[in-house]
Design a protein around this ligand. Structure first.
Ligand SMILES: [Zn+2]
Length: 164
């Protein structure tokens, strides 16, 4: 899907999305990396981890590597394997916070403006190029319409209009 499709959504869509965010903010709701990782795992596999290689359900958690290991094929996979966040060097805090900031920016200005990459870079103390990439990935997740793992993780109060 063309990332430009992000602009097909009207003000009501963005309002509903903003209302689905935690009332006290993402940083308050998920204050550290372990809590964010736990949230991703809970959203992705509500019934327990599923192997991305053989599809077997059930794996053991390797704490030191922050990976699951499949009981059947021994494949190791992370909570973000096969998602838009896979192999990102940025912290989950940046991803969670940037998604919230992008949604709130759209809502605040109502006219459908994208949050400037330099503002995103400054807010999360990341490089401008990273900020552009983060924004592109988050916009693509939103444009898909079906909540990707990141949106599902931060939208703790789903609203009817947002189709989540
Ligand atoms: Zn497996």
């Amino acid at each position: 899907m063309d990332p430009g499709d992000i602009n097909k959504f009207d003000g009501y869509f963005w309002q509903a999305l903003a209302l689905s965010l935690p009332e006290e903010g993402v940083a308050h709701c998920f204050p550290d990396e372990p809590s964010r990782l736990e949230r991703l795992i809970e959203v992705r596999w509500p019934h327990g981890p599923k192997c991305s290689n053989c599809g077997n359900e059930g794996g053991s958690w390797i704490k030191t590597r922050r990976l699951f290991q499949c009981e059947q094929c021994r494949h190791q996979f992370s909570a973000t394997s096969g998602t838009a966040l896979h192999r990102s060097r940025l912290s989950l805090g940046v991803w969670f916070g940037a998604a919230e900031a992008i949604i709130q920016y759209r809502t605040r200005y109502f006219i459908g403006e994208d949050m400037p990459a330099h503002a995103l870079a400054q807010k999360f103390d990341i490089h401008y190029v990273s900020a552009r990439r983060v924004r592109k990935i988050i916009n693509a997740e939103i444009a898909k319409g079906d909540a990707g793992i990141l949106l599902s993780a931060i939208c703790v109060r789903p609203q009817e209009h947002a189709n989540f």
